[in-house]
Design a protein around this ligand. Structure first.
Ligand code: UT7
Length: 332
């Protein structure tokens, strides 16, 4: 019997218009374009500035574009999963709000909290529903409004992050295409190095938590960097070995965009030529769950049906993962 796989059949994205440049950041905190470019590789990031807009608004725009591009009526969507760490509100799930905003009713939706690995973890989850035959059309959206949890007085975190949303449609195929395999890992001990201290049940919001600036991203940069460099490359190489893939067999590496040095280190461990690596960190920064689908969207025209692609990510949790897929279509 031919195995059914889940294949990506379209991508959509949304980027807020406002560009926060390194020069503007240099007026807000003690930093410089030179430092940010040398240590991270970011030139500018997009920020959602419109009053009353949130993660679901960006995600809804990304999903609308996806539905239009794939000519899919909202009524045909069986499930929508949203990867985010910046939900509109603690509950209900942002996925439900997105579904409502795009006209997806009478279907199922939920959120996934895996920070920068959110898209890979969610894609792996969504794959199960397609492979099992239960569902025919599943949307995976990665969306984060990082500007809502960034302290723009903290130079160690504010240059890193941006806002964006991007979505893919997954459908069944019996061709030799789609999601082949994945390796997903977590280490809860890593939570101490990267988290948001307040706003949950451990430390509910209070005047004290606001005064202590505990509603922002807390990151011990070097500890996270060290773990990211080794773990992201480890799983990328592991999935290559598992499928006997050499660097020649791989068309593209689509890495999470947190730091150009982490991306370069991963590509080097995979023995990959830099021209096989998708990089757009200079334009958008780290958009957390959105980076990988945003890369697929940004470079969609380069992708050819059957291309072997490796996705790789590392993020808060700690979470990390790699996913091996064969691209499903040629862009018209
Ligand atoms: O996607 C989620 C996972 N997150 C990541 O993958 C991020 C991983 N970490 C990193 O990418 C890097 O650690 C950072 C980009 C956050 C920091 O780069 P670094 O090379 O590790 O710098 P550092 O923290 O060791 O700081 C070096 C120096 C320090 O000054 P002193 O103590 O040497 O005088 C910092 O205070 O750079 C200083 N510094 C800055 N200087 C100018 C830190 N941030 C800035 C800044 N501008 N924005």
């Amino acid at each position: 019997m031919t195995k059914t796989r889940a294949v990506i059949t379209g991508v959509g994205a949304y980027l807020p218009e406002y560009r926060l440049t390194n020069d503007e950041l240099s007026k807000m905190v003690d930093t410089s374009d030179e430092w940010i470019m040398k240590r991270i590789g970011i030139k500018e990031r997009r920020i959602l500035k419109e009053e009353g807009k949130a993660t679901s608004d960006m995600a809804a725009e990304a999903v609308k574009e996806l539905l239009k591009k794939t000519d899919t009526p909202p009524s045909e969507i069986d499930l929508l999963i949203c990867a985010t760490i910046t939900p509109d509100m603690p509950f209900p799930a942002t996925a439900n709000i997105i579904a409502d905003k795009v006209g997806i009713h009478n279907s199922w939706s939920f959120d996934m909290n895996a920070a920068c690995s959110g898209f890979i973890f969610t894609l792996a989850t969504a794959t199960q529903f397609i492979e099992s035959g239960r569902y025919k059309k599943v949307i995976v959206v990665g969306a984060d409004m990082m500007s809502s949890i960034i302290n723009y007085n903290d130079r160690t975190t504010c240059p890193l992050f941006g806002d964006a949303a991007a979505a893919v449609l997954l459908e069944p195929t019996t061709e030799d295409l789609g999601i082949v395999d994945y390796i997903n890992r977590v280490d809860g001990l890593g939570r101490h190095h990267l988290h948001m201290k307040a706003g949950g049940s451990l430390l509910p919001a209070s005047t004290e938590t606001i005064k202590n600036e505990q509603h922002f991203v807390y990151q011990e940069g070097q500890a996270v960097f060290k773990a990211a460099v080794s773990s992201m490359a480890d799983v990328a190489v592991e999935i290559m070995d598992r499928h006997n893939l050499s660097s020649d067999d791989i068309a593209w590496l689509v890495p999470h965009q947190a730091n150009l040095r982490i991306i370069d280190a991963t590509a080097r461990r995979m023995n990959l030529n830099p021209d096989k690596v998708f990089v757009n960190i200079q334009k958008y920064g780290n958009t957390t769950a959105a980076t990988i689908p945003l890369c697929l969207w940004d470079f969609e025209k380069k992708l050819k049906k059957g291309d072997n692609i490796i996705l790789a990510a590392f993020g808060a949790g700690f979470t990390w993962g790699s996913l091996y897929l064969k691209w499903g279509y040629n862009t018209k």
